[in-house]
Design a binder for this molecule. Structure first.
Ligand SMILES: Cc1cc2nc3c(=O)[nH]c(=O)nc-3n(C[C@H](O)[C@H](O)[C@H](O)COP(=O)(O)O)c2cc1C
Length: 163
């Protein structure tokens, strides 16, 4: 069976996800990019994964730094998601336009996120045009309770409260 890549994308878009910004630090340079391929992997030890496009800058930076933070975005942080998903107009995904503090690993924790996990890269696996980065969680916190940012069918949507 041959599946067109556009159909593959549309099928995957039926699966709603939360939205994160994965941040890292190489020397004094701080960087972030929007990522929804985030999932938990193991409880003991605590492991999570993100899949990063080999062509993206974040991929190269994570290879160098060996650390990353996953910042889980709130509904009102759509602007932040767009900022770290698109390049151009002088913006290269550095953290000049956002408020943050540095976590235990040195990766930036973004202000306003719902929760975060601070990780050290434990394993890397090939994943076609992406690399699967497995992070061992060394720190994390719940920051606040608020509706999450949700991505579905290629759009940001609101999560309906159950009746
Ligand atoms: C909702 C959303 C989710 C995304 N998830 C991923 C992802 O899981 N992995 C990835 O490599 N790119 C993902 N992207 C695309 C990157 O955010 C985008 O290509 C970005 O420009 C990469 O930046 P970089 O070159 O600084 O790494 C996503 C984009 C959006 C809008």
């Amino acid at each position: 069976m041959s599946l067109e890549s556009t159909l593959f994308r549309r099928i995957m878009s039926q699966f709603p996800t939360g939205v994160t910004v994965v941040t890292t630090r190489v020397g004094d340079y701080l960087h972030g990019s929007t990522v929804n391929s985030f999932t938990s992997v193991s409880l003991e030890p605590m492991l999570v994964l993100v899949c990063l496009d080999k062509k993206g800058d974040t991929h190269e930076l994570l290879l160098k730094s060996g650390i990353f933070a996953v910042n889980i975005l709130a509904q009102e942080q759509e602007g932040m998601s767009r900022l770290f998903a698109t390049k151009g107009e002088g913006h290269s995904h550095n953290l000049d336009q956002v408020a943050y503090r540095l976590g235990v690993t040195g990766a930036p924790i973004l202000e306003g996120c719902l929760a975060y996990l601070d990780c050290v890269v434990a394993h890397r696996f090939p994943g076609g045009d992406h690399t699967i980065f497995i992070g061992e969680v060394v720190d994390g916190a719940l920051i606040r309770e608020a509706p999450p940012l949700v991505f579905f069918r290629g759009k940001y949507v609101r999560l309906l409260e159950s009746p």
